[in-house]
Write a protein that binds this ligand. Structure first.
Ligand code: NAG
Ligand code: NAG
Ligand code: NAG
Ligand code: NAG
Ligand code: NAG
Ligand code: NAG
Length: 932
């Protein structure tokens, strides 16, 4: 153990810098990809996967076109070898290491013809000492070969081994390739209900060769292969709201390749992003673990010298650069790295409901919500899935653009779904800057998993690496063990094999508690952990036990509320019946699928396939009935395509246009309108819950974006184009919203105003009834109603008894406009602002409404760089501004309604492309959908 005061500053200034190990970035080598049996050999890249290199070389067509998801199965079922002759290596280095930050997935690696290792986990970092091989290697430029096996075939081989574990029927969610649970690889690579099954293989992350140089410090070189920085309040433990008055503790721990010695120390400097030095630290200690080659230091930071980091909409996002140096003595630096950090606490609070909460009317049970810097807040967001089937082409620029849309959409949290890949650092970096909380998950989902020693050891390595790698990002909000495990998977076992429930529960706990909890809690005091994305939370939490978490499962008391909720109902008949929605503390998944736009379909379909039920479209719809591609129980009424058609006909319109492409486009749009309306209704319901007995504090809809062009739950299409949903969610996630809650049995409408501001807001509400021609109806509505809404709360503005007031009118020719204007302040701000929101209500269904031509027009205002949209003749429902294929445009507002005579200014931002499209913009509304 070494001890340092604040003397590191001068020590570093006077130090002799040693370069560290010589690092060869293998991205700079020239690579080939080959398959001997098929006589294929093409130039390749690193990082990459076989599909991308084969496509670039013209060996295969664009994998996203047409039915290539099926036609390219041979690529997924072949071995692929990446090879490169490595130039410039020194033959007299003391040691030489191969370092891979990610190999997808099964490999056999040779160097200079000698076997080095085999790997079997996409999510681990691997490093191998090849010094001896290199010394004995004859000839120049030793050959590095990585032979990738077929994960699809190997999964089946593993599953078929004698004595291999099995699970009851339907525990494994079935998609295109089965047995994915045996493979530590992105689970959605095997197919998912929103995505293709390419099962890619290749060196998907950067790779390096490290050599020590031949200077005098040869033996002193180290390379930092992974870094943990954990910033928490003194005394803090995971899952427990910490004392916000305590100093910050910063735990720094570096995993190195190279030779550490007892007595080596860590020095650090903390600066703001302008480089201003922050004198905030106190004495710290360094410890060295020579077994794991890890050097760790802990320092206390005076909280007065650093500013708090807040999520989007709740404050600012100050970040700091932490420069960490490994020192030998006072003069020699062995390695230096810089991590950008932030100071915040984020806790998933699942503690029992307190007396003061009961006194306010909160239902008994347990909490289930996030607190940032000790503050409750309403989490608004969606679920993130892999934005591409091939991660090497997901650039920081793409994530920046996607996250820009998240911010524009008034979201502050994304749940990064459990069966993709651990997010790259640049994704957390962008989230750190923008203030997007990333609820992160280990990559397990919709299955139960093996628990043999080899599998668990493999998972432990993966989890240890990933937890340490990303912990310093202030945007990291949570670790969850996996997707839908307790509510869905254990539930299936309980139903289909109840006599085996205890066995599978014990296995579940072995992986998701006994293996993953230490992986998180031994590395992080700042981040909470929950074993399953959706669950009833913990029953007890006690850090004096070896396993601090005991889960509640179904041990519930009637009348009490506990966990978070996940809700899907494909019977669209019941879509708008609020009492079907789950009442819980937080909603982490809910949704319904829709078609992408014509413009997106045109990217991948032949013109002849541009009709709603073309076989290519049907086959790109992977939302099969439960049971997967099993034709014996194929029920047309539950097929994904049928669900969309029925919902559109029932609630929106039945387009029947003469022009087949226009008709197709209208159908796609109609499914999007239903989707948007359905999500809006649910978001409003969950948000209102913040002021109901459930004290509901979060709504994350399924799903933010698309992985390809297909019918899915996404709000943003593959190339970034927004569906109606993303606009509607943007509106529904405004701070203050007014919303109708209709009870069809009583024919009664309650209108609520909900606010997620942190202090009381006051203002007014107004109502007017119209017919579809836009004439006010002779229905007595209340005059302006004053309202007050508490902090993160809701208030009922008015109740309408339709039996009494709508007698004179037919319901399909009456719509209610409602609006609210309130004064309030944004969190962490003391400037009073005006918040406005408007909404509409109609019954029974838009498909039955007596729509009239609203006389819509749109004009581009060259000077103001905006559009003007006007409805001259009637009420325009679901106004939609459309633009041609190519660019990606974010309108300030879209999918809105206009009153007769209303003219709205609509600004926009071009997210991709130039302004060439402005003259080709069109505008339509619900009325246009049903025109021939
Ligand atoms: C395919 O790859 C796997 C994993 O690297 C390897 O074990 C196997 O021998 C390879 N097969 C062939 C024919 O190259
Ligand atoms: C299993 O199913 C039974 C019967 O529906 C139910 O009472 C019990 O709570 C379930 N147990 C779990 C742990 O889900
Ligand atoms: C159910 O929870 C209660 C506490 O609420 C606890 O005393 C009891 O042991 C639990 N039962 C089981 C089977 O875990
Ligand atoms: C298809 O589904 C039925 C039950 O609906 C099941 O008995 C059968 O095993 C399934 N077939 C396959 C190949 O999964
Ligand atoms: C269901 O779909 C299949 C295949 O598309 C079709 O042959 C069959 O007639 C349909 N059944 C019903 C009841 O619509
Ligand atoms: C409508 O009101 C009835 C009677 O209060 C109630 O039972 C029902 O759950 C309500 N329905 C909805 C959708 O709120």
């Amino acid at each position: 153990m070494g001890f340092f005061g604040n003397i590191w500053n001068t020590a570093v200034l006077g130090a002799v810098a040693v370069e560290g190990l010589k690092v060869f970035n293998l991205s700079e080598s020239s690579w080939t990809l080959s398959n001997q049996q098929r006589n294929i050999s093409v130039p390749a890249k690193l990082p990459s996967v076989a599909h991308l290199d084969l496509f670039a070389a013209g060996v295969i067509p664009d994998p996203y076109l047409g039915l290539n998801d099926f036609d390219l199965r041979w690529v997924a079922e072949s071995n692929w070898t990446y090879a490169s002759n490595i130039k410039g290596l020194s033959r007299d280095a003391n040691s030489t290491w191969l370092l891979f930050n990610g190999l997808d997935t099964y490999t056999s690696i040779t160097f200079c013809g000698e076997h080095v290792a085999a790997t079997n986990n996409q999510f681990r970092q691997y490093w191998f000492n090849v010094g001896t091989i290199l010394k004995d290697c004859k000839g120049n430029d030793p050959l590095l070969r990585i032979n990738f096996g077929s994960a699809a075939l190997i999964a089946a081989e593993i599953a078929n081994q004698p004595g291999q574990e099995t699970w009851p029927w339907r525990v494994e969610g079935l998609f295109e390739y089965i047995h994915r649970q045996f493979v530590r690889k992105e689970q959605s690579d095997f197919g998912w209900d929103w995505g293709p099954a390419f099962v890619p293989a290749g060196p998907w992350q950067p790779a390096y060769i490290l050599q020590n140089s031949s200077d005098i410090y040869t033996n002193n070189n180290t390379y930092v292969r992974n870094t943990l920085v954990d910033i928490y309040r003194e005394g803090q433990l995971p899952l427990i709201p910490p004392d916000q008055t305590k100093p910050w503790i910063m735990n720094i721990s570096l995993d190195v390749i190279g030779s550490l010695q007892q007595g080596d120390t860590i020095a650090y400097t903390l600066t703001d992003l302008n480089g201003k030095w922050i004198q905030a630290g106190n004495a710290y200690y360094t410890t060295i673990n020579l077994d794991t080659n890890t050097i760790t230091a802990r320092v206390s930071i005076n909280p007065n010298y650093v500013d708090l980091w807040w999520p989007n909409g709740l404050g600012s996002q100050p970040l700091y650069n932490l420069r960490i140096t490994i020192m030998r003595g006072y003069r020699m630096t062995l390695a230096t790295i810089v991590k950008r950090v932030g100071f915040r606490t984020i806790v998933l609070n699942m503690e029992p409901i307190r007396q003061d909460q009961l006194d306010k009317g909160v239902a008994p049970g347990n909490n289930w919500h996030f607190e940032v810097n000790g503050q409750e807040f309403y989490a608004k967001g969606s679920n993130f899935i892999p934005p591409d089937a091939f991660w090497p082409r997901v650039t920081e620029g793409r994530i920046r653009s996607l996250f820009g849309a998240v911010i524009k959409g008034n979201q502050n949290m994304l749940r990064v779904w459990a069966s993709g890949a651990y997010s790259p650092d640049f994704m957390y970096d962008v989230a750190d800057e923008m203030g997007i909380l990333l609820w992160s998950e280990f990559e397990f989902g919709d299955a139960l998993y093996p628990v043999d020693k080899e599998f668990l050891d493999n998972v432990r390595e993966e989890a240890h690496y990933q937890v340490r790698r990303v912990n310093h990002h202030p945007s990291l909000a949570l670790w969850a063990g996996g997707n839908e495990l307790e509510n869905l998977e254990l539930g299936i076992v309980n139903r289909t094999a109840p006599q085996q429930y205890d066995r599978y529960l014990a296995e579940y706990e072995k992986l998701f508690l006994d293996t993953l909890v230490p992986s998180v809690f031994e590395n992080s005091r700042s981040i909470s952990y929950t074993p399953s994305s959706t669950s009833n939370g913990w029953l007890s939490l006690d850090f004096s036990r070896p396993q601090p978490i005991t889960q509640r499962y179904n041990n519930k008391t009637a009348g009490s509320l506990y966990g978070n909720t996940d809700y899907y109902n494909y019977n669209s008949y019941a879509a708008f019946e609020d009492d079907n929605y789950p009442v819980g503390r937080f909603s982490n998944e809910f949704g319904y699928h829709s078609m992408p736009s014509l413009q997106s379909w045109q990217q991948v379909l032949e013109p002849s396939d541009l009709h709603f039920n073309s076989s290519v479209i049907q086959l790109r719809n992977h939302h099969y009935p439960s049971g997967g591609l099993n034709t014996t129980n194929y029920d047309n009424s539950t097929k994904g395509m049928g669900e969309m058609t029925l919902a559109a006909e029932r609630w929106i319109a039945t387009p029947n246009k003469k022009d087949p492409v226009a008709n197709f486009s209208s159908w796609c749009h109609a499914t999007q309108l239903f989707q948007a309306d359905y999500y809006k209704n649910q978001i409003m319901f969950y948000r209102r819950g913040s002021g109901m007995r459930e004290r509901q504090l979060g709504s994350l809809y399924w799903q933010l974006e698309d992985i390809w062009q297909a019918p899915t739950w996404a709000g943003i299409e593959y190339d970034g184009r927004w569906k109606v949903l993303h606009y509607t969610a943007k509106d529904a996630y405004k701070n203050v919203v007014i919303a109708p809650f209709y009870n069809g049995t009583l024919n009664k409408l309650d209108v609520y105003v909900t606010s997620d501001l942190w202090s009381e807001a006051t203002g007014t509400v107004n109502f007017t009834f119209y017919d579809w021609s836009g004439n006010p109806l002779d229905i007595t509505t209340p005059p302006t109603i004053p309202i007050t809404i508490g902090a993160i709360n809701t208030t009922i503005a008015y109740s309408f008894d339709f039996n009494a007031i709508l007698k004179k009118y037919t319901t399909n020719d009456a719509v209610l406009h409602m609006s609210t204007t309130v004064q309030g302040t944004l969190p962490n701000s003391n400037i009073t602002k005006t918040f406005t929101h408007e909404n509409w209500f109609y019954t029974p269904s838009m498909a039955e409404a007596k729509l009239v031509d609203p006389g819509l027009s749109i004009t581009y205002d060259e000077k103001e760089k905006c559009f003007w949209v006007e409805a001259k003749k009637g009420i325009a429902a679901w106004v939609w501004i459309d633009y041609p294929a190519g660019p990606v445009v974010w309108f300030e507002d879209n999918g809105f309604w206009l009153k007769k005579g209303e003219k709205r200014r609509v600004g926009f931002e071009v997210a991709k492309g130039d302004l060439g499209w402005v003259d080709e913009v069109t505008v339509g509304s619900l009325w246009d959908l049903s025109q021939p």
